[in-house]
Ligand binder design. Structure first.
Ligand code: GLN
Length: 312
């Protein structure tokens, strides 16, 4: 088994960077354009707190779908498993992340799981707070607390573009209103919260800290404070393993073998139980919405460091 070192990380980035040419950078996120097509940055924080980083690890990018993990953590903490999973299922889906078709016929019209768009919009309606501002503030400051990084902040331009390009998400929310999953007020407020949380800027170090928070069972990785109950964190990691990479999650469970969540800006968070948190940025994504070079980094790390949780 290889040993973690900065040199090892450099080698992984060098070997995986060519894979960026197999993906496309989305064209509607402000600050993200073709000039970032070959970016690849990786940060690892081990359970003991050692940090290893390489490549474009100082690149900032918006959370996008990785926000679904945070929304789910908060919803579980606020309402508990029973209430959350009345609104949303816990099954993987073979449909695209923003699919509407499964809402029509799946059991009780619930979204398949909380890590696809419909599911995250439904769970966003279950975050406590007197107003959307307050609910957003709770989520944002939670993320700032666990990352302890002042670069983690709301990006207004990205938020505006989420609204402008949000026709599909609005359709999902209103469809869920029509089937009784969301009330009208819930649909509007959940959408607003969803757009905002998608628009928080992060970096690969911040994602690695999020990964560490998950492997530390909901405790702050530096202070040790229990911020989310451990049984909720366990639920989130299980759903990340089965649904975190959308309709490629089965492939990732086999080829990588630990909980993951990706976003369309090319970020991926990984949580390797007992070992490390991983943060990756590589904006060139495939048709399913996953970073291509990021996926290759994960396969390489899993293989060389024996990270697969099913490993013998
Ligand atoms: N903001 C994007 C959306 O709502 C996030 C999707 C994603 O990262 N897969 O469609």
């Amino acid at each position: 088994m290889e040993k973690l070192s900065d040199q090892f990380m450099e080698e992984v980035v060098k070997a995986c960077r060519p894979y960026t040419s197999q993906g496309e950078v989305v064209d509607h996120i402000p600050g993200l354009d073709q000039s970032h097509a070959t970016d690849l940055g990786v940060t690892i924080i081990t359970q003991k707190g050692e940090i290893y980083s390489a490549g474009n690890d100082d690149s900032g990018f918006s959370l996008q779908s990785i926000s679904k993990v945070i929304i789910l953590l908060m919803a579980l903490e606020d309402f508990g498993k029973e209430v959350v999973f009345q609104k949303v299922g816990m099954e993987p889906t073979d449909d695209f992340f923003n699919s509407i078709s499964n809402l029509e016929d799946y059991e009780g019209h619930r979204p398949f799981n909380p890590l696809i768009n419909s599911g995250a919009i439904a769970t966003a309606s279950l975050v406590n707070g007197a107003s959307v501002e307050e609910r957003f503030e709770r989520i944002c400051s939670f993320l700032q607390t666990i990352t302890n990084d002042d670069r983690v902040k709301f990006n207004k331009e990205v938020y505006r573009s989420e609204i402008k390009n949000g026709a599909r998400n609005r359709s999902l929310a209103y469809f869920m209103e029509s089937t009784g999953i969301l009330s009208n007020k819930d649909a509007e407020e959940a959408l607003e919260l969803y757009y905002r949380v998608n628009s928080i800027d992060v970096n690969s170090l911040a994602l690695a800290k999020l990964g560490c928070f998950l492997i530390n069972h909901g405790r702050h990785f530096e202070s040790g404070e229990q911020l989310i109950q451990s049984h909720h964190v366990r639920t989130v990691k299980a759903i990340m393993l089965t649904s975190g990479m959308y309709n490629e999650s089965g492939t990732y469970a086999v080829e990588v073998g630990f909980p993951l969540k990706s976003g369309v800006s090319g970020g991926i968070v990984g949580a390797v139980p007992g070992r490390m948190g991983i943060g990756i940025i590589a904006p060139a994504i495939n048709k399913k919405g996953n970073s291509v070079a990021g996926g290759q980094v994960l396969r390489t790390l899993s293989d060389k460091l024996k990270l697969n949780i099913f490993h013998d």
